[in-house]
Design a protein around this ligand. Structure first.
Ligand code: VGL
Ligand code: ZN
Length: 209
């Protein structure tokens, strides 16, 4: 199987930031291992878009913002359940930068998300209230980009919810599994795989491109 890439395709790379890689504030195991594959895949696409998790101090997703909680617990906020995380991707810090080993000079867009203190945003399309748009759908439509190949960090959070929202908003979404790594909280990878199956989101490998 080989998938031909065309002018209506984009590679959407999620949160390739040091805080999600070994040694980072919210380290994802093997998060740095995907960068060579991602750099190679990016050369096949005319259109590459990046997201950047970008939180202000005291962000609602930080356990440190909720007295008596620990990272990786769930809590309830105005818009529903929210997993709490270690402080990560603080605006202007080195851990929040696009990782220096990301070598994609032709990337067209860096979309920041999670910059509102009161709302987290896993998805590149909608914040975690499932209502506030990031503007990405409009950008893609205006640019005539219809099919998205999605990779990055983390498979079971930001990649998952970006793909689900993208599919719901009418974009064909494919997830490049071996160009992702998961946070892997209990049940989170199975939940992502079920969500992909019910939304007809194909899971492919870098070698398919
Ligand atoms: C992410 C948790 C918190 C992600 C971002 O990129 O998957 N996960 N913020
Ligand atoms: Zn975050």
């Amino acid at each position: 199987m080989s998938i031909a890439i065309g002018s209506q395709d984009a590679l959407l790379l999620i949160d390739l930031q040091p805080d999600f890689m070994p040694g980072g504030a919210l380290a994802v195991a093997g998060g740095d291992e995907i960068l060579p594959l991602i750099n190679a895949l990016a050369t096949k696409f005319d259109h590459v878009l990046l997201t950047q998790d970008w939180h202000p101090p005291q962000h609602i997703s930080f356990a440190s913002s909720h007295a008596g909680t620990q990272p990786f617990e769930m809590t309830e906020v105005d818009y529903g359940p929210q997993t709490l995380w270690p402080d990560h991707c603080l605006q202007r810090t080195a851990g929040a930068a696009i990782h220096p080993a990301v070598d994609i000079p032709h990337a067209e867009l860096i979309l920041r998300k999670g910059f509102r203190r009161e709302i987290d945003s896993y998805s590149a399309f909608l914040e975690n209230d499932h209502a506030t748009p990031t503007g990405l759908a409009g950008y893609l439509r205006e640019r005539g980009l219809k099919r998205l190949f999605i990779a990055g960090l983390a498979y079971d959070y930001c990649v998952r919810f970006s793909a689900e929202d993208g599919a719901r908003l009418g974009f064909e979404c494919l997830v490049i599994e071996d160009a992702c790594r998961a946070v892997d909280l209990p049940g989170s990878v199975d939940a992502a795989n079920s969500a992909f199956a019910s939304a007809s989101i194909r899971r492919i490998r870098g070698g398919d491109l």
